[in-house]
Design a protein around this ligand. Structure first.
Ligand code: FES
Ligand code: FES
Length: 848
């Protein structure tokens, strides 16, 4: 018999088990989260006799006479203090880390009610946040401390429409852990799914014997490739990814699925997996793009090993290079990196009605999920409803199907609800990464330092499946020229299949890699010219009406030079300052259909905002409320925002390409205009039941357009970041000047930039994703993610001169925040020790 004192109440259990499993699965205490199960993330933090402790590392046997406290056990005044402080400071994004943060904060404040800044950092060092960069979390803990000391009253927060620092509407449920992520759902009769993954990245599957697993007590279904009723391959653009690898086929990477199990408990499901016998013929994996493209390399897919090629040619780069006064040619290497969103993938599929299903997901698009599931199950759209729960971070890694289709298959076969949640290690193996790239780049200029030619060759390792590899490569090619006027360009890129884990979307979408190359070359060119790294950028900066390497003209909203001017003094007066700039498109562009949609419904005199656009942590619901509030004059408390749901909300496309604030924001503005017109004559009560649909489609030209100045994207954001090193070579401050157009919510924009910088610093200094013959050798704890004590001071400068009425002048910010950080850090080390570094993460820094 084991006894646990949980939030002041004793509970007894016969079986010794892991504390995290006990609390979540048995007690349904779901404020604490399972982010890794290995003591590395802090999402499971509880107080054990007042000390912040990771529940995943404890078993019940170790807890006799110990008091366990979770967020549910906080006093009402503590709950109010933390909720207000985290909302007021803008400290909540995806929210998955937040209850764990609150526990660590409480452990600190109970002992030290008035902590210093460093003590706060140290208190949350064990809690990873992949979204916020910790800046606003630390501020929130400090605010909460003031409230709890009685030195500050909880007061009304900012209120209103566009441009205000309106606190997020989902802050309370994320702070107190009452909001539901998929894995927090439990249904009667629910089964647990598990997936048998490939043993080798490349092997011929000769047989799969599931008979022992099927006969195992508690197992309700074991499925193989033969059990897929619809299309067995899926993919956004190329349908090359098998739902399950069949007998007689080759595995393509270590995350391939071979069999699915549904069982009455997680434990039984895991035990059943171990009973499945697969006979493989192991084959040598193709693990580099160079080998994949070499003569005689094994063909990974029947069409060959080249997924896509992108070419951009403008002007006469050969002549321009021959006539250039200075040129720099270098080759750069960037690694795979892992999104490391804090919430591992989870889906719950529930049979509904006559052969239908509802699938609860935490992904980047409920409609993309629905289309995938429909084709795999062979069902029409009215039989597949996909509903989003909270999404615990995504960063591009939750665009592809990972668990949704497998849970749906198991639910359809068993007729029962099936939840499938990946372990952290499985998540690391399965979802697409940031592409590793090799970039050879020549940058040339005239005597005055004006760029004359750019020649680039980009090779991207796109791994086992297409995913979004082709558009990622395209964005790398369109952005390798940077935010500069480039009159002559010759750019070619190749996305190459290997047997490594797939590469796909990841914040920046191919641009962080090429920005590192482009910007380091700019520094080297400045050296040859004898001018500063700031000066060469300023001389070449895009201004309205100038053309980019693609031929697109910079629009009137372009405020790139303003970002450079904002950091000029700090850059020029600091010893070890590095600088880098970037440009990033908003929206899919290049002629791809791209539409945001919002429906406003009046119900019970409330304004309900409905859209399928996913909030993956960026705070979209709050942004939409601000837009509609601005357009109608109604106060924010009049609004509610519905969850994305393919049966209830209009299709607003995927949360990707920094597009939702502009595209869905503009759709919301249009819907609000219709409502505002009606409100001139009628009260909300009189409009009861009315609905207003807003829709915005961006019109763009394809990349191969014949137009001299095509419009490949509807908007671009710009940024300049300066990184300052101290005398020991540690990063002491990052100053980030961003042209975001017009900030709908400056607090949310700052949060995106601070979080992006934390990710960019990790990319620059520590993060990598080592593979041994195609097999990842990392765990969550050694991915190299920045923790609170690693973070330097961050100063955000928001610049915008966008007077466009489109979404009140907003431009994307989600991705660009991460892009220039790594080259700015490289630039700083160049000034610090005189060495130029051509690979990420940077060598010989105090961070390795
Ligand atoms: S789940 Fe316990 S530390 Fe990550
Ligand atoms: S808000 Fe911290 S991980 Fe998302």
């Amino acid at each position: 018999m084991f006894t646990i004192d949980l939030n002041g109440t004793p509970y007894h259990t016969e079986e010794d088990m892991n504390l995290l499993d006990f609390l979540r699965d048995e007690m349904k205490v779901t404020s604490l989260k399972n982010g890794c199960s290995e003591g590395a993330c802090g999402a499971c933090m509880v107080l054990m006799d007042g000390k912040a402790t990771r529940a995943c590392l404890l078993t019940l046997a170790k807890l006799s006479n110990k008091k366990i406290t979770t967020v549910e056990g906080l006093s009402e005044s503590e709950k109010e203090a933390y909720t207000w402080a985290f909302a007021e400071a803008g400290a909540v994004q995806c929210g998955f880390c937040i209850p764990g943060m609150i526990i660590s904060a409480k452990a600190l404040l109970d002992k030290k009610p008035d902590p210093g800044a460093w003590e706060i950092k140290e208190a949350i060092r064990g809690n990873v946040c992949r979204c916020t960069g910790y800046v606003k979390i630390e501020r929130a803990i400090s605010l909460a401390a003031e409230v709890l000391r009685g030195e500050m009253q909880i007061k009304a927060s900012a209120h209103g429409g566009v441009g205000t620092r309106l606190p997020r509407i989902d802050a309370r449920e994320k702070v107190l852990g009452t909001g539901q992520y998929v894995d927090d759902m439990f249904l009667n009769d629910m089964l647990y799914g598990a997936v048998l993954r490939a043993k080798y990245p490349r092997a011929l599957v000769k047989s799969v014997d599931v008979s022992a697993a099927r006969a195992y007590p508690g197992v309700e279904a074991v499925l193989t490739a033969e059990d897929v009723p619809g299309e067995r391959y899926w993919g956004f653009i190329s349908k090359d990814w098998p739902v399950l690898v069949g007998v007689g086929e080759e595995t393509h990477y270590i995350g391939d699925a071979l069999a699915l199990v549904a069982a009455r408990s997680k434990k039984i499901a895991r035990e059943a997996l171990a009973l499945i016998r697969v006979d493989y013929e192991e084959l040598e994996p193709v693990t580099t793009a160079a080998f994949a493209l070499s003569d005689g390399a094994p063909r990974i897919h029947s069409k060959g090993n080249l997924l896509s090629t992108t070419r951009i040619n403008r002007g006469n780069p050969v002549k321009a290079l021959a006539e250039a006064k200075y040129s720099v040619t270098q080759t750069y290497h960037t690694p795979f990196t892992e999104q490391a969103f804090l919430e591992p993938e989870s889906a719950l599929a529930v049979p509904q009605g006559e052969g239908g299903l509802t699938v609860y997901v935490g992904s980047q698009s409920v409609y993309e999920d629905q289309h995938g599931i429909m084709s795999i199950l062979g069902l029409p759209s009215e039989k597949v409803r996909v509903v989003s729960k909270l999404v615990g971070g995504a960063f591009g890694g939750k665009e592809d199907l990972s668990v949704q289709h497998h849970a749906a298959l198991l639910a359809m076969h068993t007729g029962k609800p099936v939840k499938l949640t990946l372990s952290r290690q499985e998540s690391i193996r399965v979802h697409p990464k940031r592409h590793a790239m090799e970039i050879e780049i020549t940058t040339a200029c005239d005597e005055a330092g004006r760029l004359t030619a750019l020649i680039a060759r980009i090779t991207a390792d796109t791994g086992a499946y297409a995913s979004l590899g082709a558009p990622v490569l395209q964005r790398a090619c369109t952005h390798v020229g940077g935010p500069y006027h480039v009159p002559n360009a010759d750019i070619t890129g190749w996305a190459v299949y290997t047997n490594n884990p797939p590469s796909g979307a990841f914040r920046g979408f191919g641009v962080p890699q090429v920005c590192f190359a482009c910007e380091t070359n700019m520094d080297l060119l400045a050296e040859k010219l004898g001018i500063s790294a700031w000066e060469i950028r300023y001389r070449n900066a895009l201004e309205p009406g100038m053309t980019m390497a693609t031929g697109q003209m910079a629009g009137p909203d372009t405020a790139f030079k303003e970002t450079l001017l904002a950091v000029k003094d700090i850059y020029q007066t600091s010893n070890f300052a590095g600088i880098a700039c970037s440009i990033k498109n908003t929206g899919l562009g290049v002629g791809v259909p791209d539409t945001g949609r919002v429906k406003i419904a009046i119900r019970n005199s409330k304004v309900i905002v409905l859209t399928s656009a996913a909030c993956v942590g960026q705070g979209l619901a709050t942004i939409l409320i601000q837009v509609v509030s601005e357009g109608t004059g109604l106060p924010p408390e009049k609004f509610e925002v519905g969850a994305p749901d393919t049966f209830l909300t209009p299709d607003a496309g995927t949360t990707t390409a920094s597009r939702q604030t502009l595209f869905t924001g503009e759709a919301a503005r249009q819907a609000a205009r219709q409502l505002a017109r009606d409100m001139e004559q009628f009260s909300l009560a009189q409009l009861e039941g009315k609905e207003y649909l807003g829709e915005y489609t961006g019109q763009t030209d394809p990349l191969d357009s014949e137009k001299p100045n095509p419009v490949n994207h509807v908007a671009f954001s710009y940024a300049t970041q300066v990184v300052l090193l101290d005398n020991q070579g540690e990063v002491k401050k990052v100053i980030a000047a961003h042209d975001v157009g017009s900030a709908i919510n400056p607090m949310a924009v700052e949060g995106q930039i601070e979080g992006g910088i934390a990710m960019g610093l990790g990319y620059a200094l520590r993060e990598q994703f080592p593979l041994e013959k195609g097999i990842p050798t990392v765990r969550f704890g050694n991915l190299g993610i920045f923790r609170s004590t690693d973070m330097p001071e961050v100063e955000v400068i928001l610049i915008g001169k966008n007077r466009s009425s489109l979404a009140y002048g907003a431009k994307g910010v989600g991705e660009i925040a991460t892009i220039p950080t790594a080259p700015a850090v490289a630039s700083a080390y160049h000034r610090y020790d005189g060495r130029v570094r051509f690979c990420l993460p940077l060598a010989d820094t105090p961070y390795k």
